[in-house]
Design a protein around this ligand. Structure first.
Ligand SMILES: *Cc1c(COP(=O)(O)O)cnc(C)c1O
Length: 818
């Protein structure tokens, strides 16, 4: 076990401050102190982080185009068990650790759930103690910073690197690799008659690796997230650089090459669950895939692992289709560099690759044009075409109809379907919650499921409870430990023991008090940042997640308008209503116009409601700017109600639903994604369910029969709030209101907002009623916490290990690890 000694820590800290900045601690600002502290911690873990464990056991490589890490300092100190000593040591040096934690940048190298899942998985792989590493991109600019100007979203670049650097990273120039774009593929025959593939006239881009340590929970396991920065090849690679190769190349051409290289890792695409099909995105995908695969093979060669041994030594995981090129890239290396035959290479590749599908939204499925692939990545194109040709022959050989062959082909109609490529080449295909996996098997990927059912499996998502409970809600975490001991920290299934206290009023009151304290803290933050005073005794009703039509923030805000009208209608009669604070947090993709209109609507409704004296503070609406991991950590512990109201079938899993549950919020939900499993855990009497069933939604989609106009004409209170969008009732809302109105009425409400809103309203009334009965509410809250244990990502990762990555491995290896 790594240990820390306060005196030595202080000495180390002082020395490091001097070495790095030649100044005393008193002269340093918070950023410098943070940097020194990170260096000291990196020094302390360096021995465990040498990576010597690699290849002693099977290693997992998790490829993801996004890792939404959040701040690392608190969670690293927690996992190392150093927080108290470091806090005390710094205090004696005149430094407040909390100030330093607030000074840490929050790397937003992801959009939402998918990137956050990847980060939780890294934390869990290290904490369960496997050799599991991430490969991704070191974007110079992460997800944009959101500002509201005149109630509209404005995007500001996210300049997260301080003077170009991140305090937790270590750059490894001797591990840089070259990624090749464009050019021509030629076949050459050597003296022995072997055909060799030569890639000529390519554009070389250097990938520079930056390593971030991923520290397991008190187990000495330190894994690596390796993210790559694109650069023009440096002098070491000089012979290969475009303008060194071509002596007549001009200075302008050299600059063009530099621009070409730099651009690749410049910015994260801000689309969540939406495929844009841009050339630069494909460059990004190949960039981190090729770098990562070359890196893996370099390690294998160093450890003298033969290609045939790879399936026993490594597992490669493809997080959604963005890293799908792992498949042809591995084939390329095995064929062109290792000299294997196609059949040998295919056999190895398909025993190494596993794939997670994250969405059934058709607008999110990646399809690259064949022409673009051919031009940008000619060797990838050739290999994919060969995989497709063999697969189509195989399907025809089975006597399938041309219709079916078309549906299953990897290439069709000038396009390459990346999901099909992943399914065909992976030994495991998983969905991220039970309902989602069922929809994959029975609807979206039915042909493939019928063909190879054994490939398909479910792995319900999870969250790192260390970050989302222990470190973000210490009061609750301490109460839990006081009540049931600390075994739950290593194995969250022990949270179940909390159920003993469902009738213990003392415990329930303490639970309520902790929630209240968290609400006071959030209220203070909101008052400081937005100048809105909110009542900590009101129900904190929270919807925080990316802004997307399918997530239905629109239904939430239309319901607020309902309530507003009710209050106005009641005139001076006191209506019996629990005070509510509706809290939103959401970024919209900059090009997603409808989503931006909904942001504007929420902000305008907030102004209207918050400033109307007739409301008498019964409702308040707050839209917190710039939602991200750090804000989530402040908001979620303070929530009473968790809004998980997506159109059923559309949310593959959701993970914020789990974070809220673990922090004692009650869930207001459709039976979508992992809400189904939450319901299995707590029972429907301990949450607030409403809305269309999956079957009803599927039937509407298949057979039609839904008319938003009919609902509008037959329901007066509904028509009133829809009309508010366009009749000037909401000051400041202009053409955005018309856009939303059209989506609902003219385009027939694709996400069934008007169909579900009445039931949603009823569910909200049930919430108000139960909240009055504090004892009952707290009891339900406790039951939610007690049954949230299965949503730890440790459980999820153990399932990936047993059923996917280590399946069929030597049982001893498996048992040692789990
Ligand atoms: C957990 C999380 C998400 C995912 O939220 P969903 O409600 O599951 O979509 C998105 N963004 C951040 C910052 C998160 O922490």
């Amino acid at each position: 076990m790594l240990t820390i000694n306060k005196k030595r820590f202080k000495e180390h800290f002082r020395r490091k401050m001097h070495n790095l900045y030649t100044q005393s601690i008193e002269e340093a600002n918070n950023e410098e102190i943070l940097n020194v502290l990170c260096c000291v911690i990196k020094d302390m873990i360096s021995r465990d982080w040498e990576g010597s464990r690699l290849y002693q056991e099977k290693a997992v490589f998790y490829f993801s185009i996004e890792f939404l890490l959040g701040r690392q300092l608190k969670s690293n100190l927690l996992n190392l068990g150093f927080e108290d000593t470091v806090r005390q040591g710094l205090k004696e040096l005149g430094i407040d650790l909390d100030d330093i934690m607030e000074a840490e940048p929050d790397p937003a190298l992801g959009n939402g759930g998918l990137g956050r899942l990847a980060a939780c998985f890294l934390d869990s792989m290290a904490s369960v103690g496997i050799s599991g590493h991430g490969y991704g991109i070191r974007y110079k600019y992460g997800l944009f910073e959101q500002k509201f100007v005149n109630n509209s979203q404005v995007e500001v670049p996210d300049n997260w690197l301080i003077n170009g650097a991140y305090p937790w990273e270590t750059v490894r120039p001797n591990r840089a690799v070259l990624v090749k774009y464009e050019g021509n593929i030629e076949m050459e025959e050597d003296e022995e008659g072997n055909v060799r593939v030569i890639h000529k006239d390519y554009i070389p881009v250097m990938a520079m690796p930056y390593d971030i340590p991923i520290i397991g929970y008190r187990n000495e396991c330190i894994n690596t997230l390796r993210i790559w920065k694109s650069e023009v090849p440096s002098r070491d690679f000089g012979k290969l650089s475009l303008y060194a190769r071509n002596e007549s190349a001009s200075y302008e051409e050299a600059l063009k090459h530099k621009y070409y290289a730099d651009e690749i890792s410049q910015t994260l695409y801000p689309n969540d669950s939406n495929y844009a099909g841009k050339l630069l995105r494909l460059k990004q995908e190949y960039f981190f895939v090729s770098s990562g695969m070359q890196d893996i093979f370099r390690k294998c060669r160093r450890y003298k692992i033969k290609p045939q041994e790879l399936p026993d030594k490594i597992a490669i995981h493809i997080n959604d289709t963005h890293p799908a090129l792992c498949i042809p890239e591995m084939m390329r290396i095995l064929l062109d560099e290792e000299g294997l035959s196609w059949d040998e290479a295919w056999d190895i590749t398909t025993k190494v690759m596993s794939y997670t599908n994250h969405t059934i939204l058709s607008e999110a499925l990646e399809r690259w044009s064949e022409d673009i692939m051919k031009e940008l990545l000619p060797r990838m194109y050739m290999i994919i075409a060969e995989i497709n040709s063999r697969y189509v022959d195989y399907l025809r050989g089975k006597g399938y109809s041309e219709e079916k062959v078309k549906r299953m082909a990897i290439m069709y109609d000038g396009e390459i379907r990346m999901a099909n490529l992943c399914i065909v080449a992976s030994y495991s295909v998983n969905g991220v919650a039970k309902l989602h996996t069922k929809l994959l098997e029975e609807e979206v990927l039915k042909d493939f499921y019928d063909e190879e059912p054994y490939k398909f499996n479910n792995k319900t998502n999870g969250i790192a409870h260390r970050r989302w409970l222990i470190s973000s809600n210490p009061e609750l975490s301490n109460l839990i430990t006081e009540l049931i001991g600390n075994k739950w920290i290593k194995d969250t299934r022990n949270l179940k023991k909390l159920e003993k206290f469902v009738d213990d009023e003392k415990v329930l009151n303490r639970l309520e008090k902790i929630k209240f304290n968290n609400k006071v803290k959030l209220a203070k933050y909101i008052e400081e940042t937005k100048g809105i005073k909110i009542n900590p005794n009101s129900i904190f009703d929270v919807q925080v997640k990316r802004l997307h039509a399918y997530k239905r923030q629109l239904m939430n805000v239309l319901h607020i308008l309902y309530l507003y009208h009710e209050i106005l209608d009641s005139e001076d009669m006191e209506i019996d209503m629990e005070p509510r604070t509706f809290i939103f947090g959401a970024k919209a993709a900059p090009g997603y116009y409808l989503a931006k209109c909904i942001i504007k609507l929420i902000n305008c409704v907030a102004d209207l409601v918050n400033n109307d004296p007739r409301v008498k503070d019964k409702i308040k609406v707050v839209f917190i700017e710039n939602y991200g991991v750090s804000l989530a950590e402040k908001i979620i512990p303070a929530a009473n109600v968790s809004e998980q109201i997506s159109t059923t079938t559309k949310e593959a899993s959701g993970t914020s639903n789990m974070k809220f549950m673990m922090n004692g919020a009650l869930t207001l939900a459709t039976l979508d994604g992992a809400n189904v499993e939450i319901c299995e855990q707590v029972g429907k009497e301990n949450m607030f369910l409403f809305g269309l069933s999956a079957k009803q939604v599927l039937d509407y989609n298949k057979y039609g029969g839904y008319s938003a106009k009919d609902l509008y004409h037959s329901n007066k209170s509904l028509a009133r709030v829809v009309d508010d969008l366009v009749n000037g009732f909401i000051p400041g809302l202009g053409k955005e209101g018309r856009e939303i109105y059209d989506a609902l009425i003219t385009y027939n409400d694709e996400y069934f907002v008007l169909r579900d809103i009445d039931e949603y309203e009823e569910a909200q009334q049930r919430i108000s009623k139960i909240y009055k009965d504090k004892l009952k509410w707290n009891k339900m809250s406790l039951i939610n916490i007690a049954n949230s244990g299965i949503f730890s990502s440790d459980r999820t990762i153990n399932e990936y290990i047993e059923d996917i990555w280590f399946r069929g491995c030597d049982e001893n290896v498996q048992n040692n690890i789990i």
